[in-house]
Ligand binder design. Structure first.
Ligand code: TXA
Ligand code: MG
Length: 342
């Protein structure tokens, strides 16, 4: 009996679908992934097609616990072994020089590969069943390119409802972490040291504590990461983020208009069209974030207003995702106030 929420038959069926080149969506502790056999270029190409994602964006390869890193990476620095030992299975992706046999499609043509062992019983059962635990499952988040990442199987079904491209969606319940893995680039250690390409639950402090070197913020020459595009993780409704005092004033002004406001907040505010109160701690906020954006997006509001969370290091991942969700909506509040004038 596989020790996860799903039957051994279901896991075997999903592993067989992957081996046959099909796409299988599966839960991880961060967000749901849209998986394909990482060593089958046609299957990986099908992920790009399903997501509507540009071909030159690399995807993360998910590995079973204890998988052979040397099959996937050409150079494995000591720091990679230390971080894998400390955080895998878990929400950390390592960027390493890729091995020669890794298809171009996986790395978006770059000379690196992103590797991670996820900490979710369903993901681990699937990885153990797929190619006897020796395969890799290439998987970006299971959402259309640029849209909000899914933290429930239902979100994945909604994303791909109109398509016929996903063979199976494995339901493993809500993703425990709620935002994507921390990405650390170890492929240019000699020249750049470790580089933090995407903040997540595993902080720069935690990484420094293990390898004795603090990962620096990404520079222009860092490997490209689509999750680092300015506009990403965005609902269809425009999103604006404001600190509490500014937000209270905005709400007072908007209450004089007919505009519908959906509010995502921590503190107490005046009643609006729709609202969702978030946990006041960073892990709780991250856990609830994507479901909150999706729910507020579904209300038919004119704007989603978000109370800016605190700025501390623990909040880096949450603030990063919110900033990107709001990126396309500069001036939205100003526009709504102006359009309400007689
Ligand atoms: O938590 C996660 O990482 C989730 C779950 C499903 O594992 N996956 C995820 O995948 O967020 P995706 O594709 O939505 O974001 C992966 C990010 C992208 O920004 C991609 O560009 C970057 O990782 N990435 C992957 N391989 C890379 C590489 N070789 N070099 C630089 N960036 C890479
Ligand atoms: Mg993504």
């Amino acid at each position: 009996m596989v020790n996860c929420l799903l039957s051994e038959d279901t896991i075997a069926q999903a592993a067989a679908a992957l081996a046959a080149g099909q796409l299988v969506a599966f839960p991880t502790e961060t967000v749901y992934g849209l998986g394909a056999d990482a060593e089958n270029p046609a299957a990986v190409a099908a992920i790009y097609a399903a997501k509507g994602r540009p071909q030159d964006h690399p995807v993360i390869v998910h590995l079973a616990p204890g998988a052979m890193l040397s099959h996937w990476a050409a150079e494995i620095p000591e720091q990679a072994h230390m971080l894998a030992a400390a955080f895998w299975p878990g929400p950390l992706t390592l960027i390493l020089k890729r091995a020669a046999n890794i298809p171009d499609a996986v790395s978006g043509g770059q000379d690196t590969v992103g590797l991670r062992c996820p900490a979710h019983p369903v993901a681990i059962a699937l990885l153990n069943a797929f190619k006897g635990g020796q395969g890799g499952i290439a998987a970006p988040s299971a959402n259309k390119f640029g849209h909000v990442s899914p933290t429930l199987a239902q979100h994945v079904r909604e994303e791909f409802a109109a398509d016929n491209t996903v063979a199976m969606v494995l339901d493993g319940g809500p993703s425990r972490v709620g935002i994507e893995s921390t990405i650390v680039d170890l492929s240019r250690l000699a020249t750049h040291g470790p580089v933090l390409l995407r903040p997540g639950q595993i902080s720069a402090d935690a990484i420094e504590a293990v390898i004795g070197q603090r990962p620096q913020a990404a520079d222009a020459a860092a490997p490209r990461a689509s999750g680092t595009l300015e506009s990403h993780y965005a609902p269809h409704t425009p999103v604006a983020m404001q600190d509490g005092a500014t937000l209270a004033a905005t709400l007072a002004q908007l209450s004089q208009t007919a505009h519908k406001v959906a509010l995502i907040h921590i503190a107490e505010f005046a009643e609006v069209f729709a609202s969702l109160r978030m946990p006041a701690d960073p892990d709780g906020f991250a856990y609830a974030l994507y479901a909150a954006l999706r729910e507020m997006d579904g209300r038919g509001a004119d704007v989603i207003l978000v109370e800016a969370p605190p700025q501390g290091a623990d909040w880096l991942g949450v603030n990063d995702r919110l900033r990107r969700a709001a990126h396309g909506s500069h001036g939205i509040v100003h526009g709504l106030l102006n359009s309400a004038l007689p």
